[in-house]
Design a protein around this ligand. Structure first.
Ligand code: ADP
Ligand code: MG
Length: 225
């Protein structure tokens, strides 16, 4: 048994929707260990994105408990949550969220400014991250000069350069062709094995689900196995 990274208890989530609300997560209990390579699976609308957003501090937790190591999200203020976001979580959004005005290099460097990493160390980390995802030589390209797969690599490098405890990726292959998707999964797998970073992703792609160690299945906002 490895060390526990995440533990969730009784996590519920409602989206307000006019007079009604959508009950997106229902009483989620789960644990994820350090260095795991795990996927959330389930049909569209089953709550995968919502759960990733709560784990990644993209959405505020309102009901239930989520702990990352000793950080209990429900007890922390915005300042502390920001620090966790900034240092410990590398989030990869479904549509990349790259800044089109910045080069690949600058996109990766961006979060390191916010971590106050000194210049020289920053340069080293950016180069290393770009190399690890196979983007050496593309440093000065802007997102519009990159393919979908290359943009996804920039997004992975940006997450990785933070040296986070966890990389969270929402449907990392959804906007890519099959071969490119496979390459992206190999990169994530390698980062998990060689750098020891925990990877949590959401997908309904069979290729993705076959390449992870554990699948957590969601149906209608509940964990089913
Ligand atoms: P998945 O990622 O598995 O497709 P989501 O977490 O995106 O599922 O959505 C779970 C449920 O919450 C769905 O019923 C979806 O329609 C609803 N939902 C998601 N985002 C919103 C939103 N911003 N406002 C209202 N309902 C939402
Ligand atoms: Mg989703």
């Amino acid at each position: 048994m490895g060390e526990l990274l995440y533990s969730c208890q009784g996590v519920d989530f409602h989206y307000p929707l006019g007079e009604l609300s959508v009950h997106a997560l229902k009483s989620i209990d789960l644990t994820i260990e350090e260095k795991e390579f795990v996927a959330l699976a389930g049909p569209s609308g089953s709550g995968k994105t919502t759960l990733l957003n709560l784990l990644g501090l993209v959405e505020p937790l309102k009901i239930g408990e989520i702990a990352m190591e000793n950080y209990r999200f429900q007890t922390l203020g915005e300042r502390e949550l920001n620090r966790i976001r900034r240092f410990h979580i590398g989030f990869i959004f479904q549509n990349f969220h790259l800044n089109n005005a910045l080069t690949a290099y600058e996109n990766v460097e961006y979060f390191l400014f916010r971590q106050n990493i000194p210049r020289q160390q920053r340069a080293q980390r950016v180069q290393q991250a770009l190399e690890l995802v196979g983007l050496k030589g593309k440093e000065s390209h802007r997102p519009l000069e990159l393919s979908g797969g290359q943009k996804q690599r920039v997004a992975i490098a940006r997450a990785l350069a933070k040296e986070p405890k966890v990389i969270i990726a929402d449907e990392p292959t959804a906007s890519l062709d099959q071969d490119t998707g496979r390459e992206i999964m190999e990169i994530l797998r390698r980062l998990n094995k060689e750098q020891g970073v925990t990877v949590i992703l959401a997908s309904h792609d069979t290729m993705v689900l076959e390449s992870v160690e554990r699948v957590i299945r969601l149906v209608d906002g509940r964990v089913v196995a």
